[in-house]
Design a protein around this ligand. Sequence first.
Ligand code: SAM
Length: 299
Amino acid sequence: MRFDILTLFPDFFSGPLNYGILSRAIATGTVQIATHDLRAFTHDRHRTVDDRPFGGGEGMVLKPQPIFECIESLEQKYKENNINQLHTRKNECNKSIIEIAPKSTRDTSRHSVILLSAQGKPFTQATAHHLATLDRVVLICGRYEGVDERVNDLLADQEISIGDYVLSGGELAAAVVIDATVRLLPGVLGHEDSNRFESFGAADVQPNDPADGKTPDGVPRSTHGSGGILDYPQYTRPANFRGAVIPEILTGGDHLAIRRWRRQAALEKTLRNRPDLLARAPLTEEDRSYLATLQASLP
Ligand code: SAM
């Protein structure tokens, strides 16, 4: 998979991409990440990328021209001296990279051009799972008061927001999107189930399942896997830390009891922090009755 980032600050990414899982995925060639400096696509002496908004108002707006020209350069075969090839496996040449087609003919099942924007659709784990199926994703980072809307209309396939707050630029948002997506690529995490059984994980509970929500060992499936809700709390050694003792059930060796405790703890945390998730999560009868008990005990 390959990411191309269009930004005024290519050096910004040296930090986020150089640690842990991301840096390993780059080193093994699972992912390639190229940054493109938008100022390289300007034609005036001052390398101007912004201008005043039509209709008046505060601040400056990113001009369409450098962004269009940068994307158009990706529409041609990769030229090594054209981009700042910071974040790929050493000595690897990207000759195999396929072109990004113009929006009208782009195959969005393989490629996506994304404008990062506070006005975009919310970025979720489901979005990350979808992006992880693509070959190539282009991320456009805005700055100032934002980006000329024609970039959204004529270049971007989707407008994505990482949350209901306003950042000063799209670079942090791009790093978030890349991190959440790359860890879902096959082979990137050590254990293949790691990204299933965590917050917002794939549904593990099917209320209308003919198997009645049971795994072959007879243990209710509702008691492990997050199933679109938040993960359960985790504890590690020591069992007693400064007088704070972990739940005894976790050391008892009864795996069914542990699964049930974890499911209930996950439901409790979701009810407390993200009750909106419960409305669309697949829940079993056992889950519902536990939630009803919890709600009844709320003040
Ligand atoms: N005037 C814009 C508004 O009110 O929606 C905010 C512009 S913001 C200061 C500058 C850039 O930061 C945006 O063009 C976008 O690329 C990025 N940005 C800000 N908040 C974001 C968010 N929640 N998600 C993704 N990108 C964001």
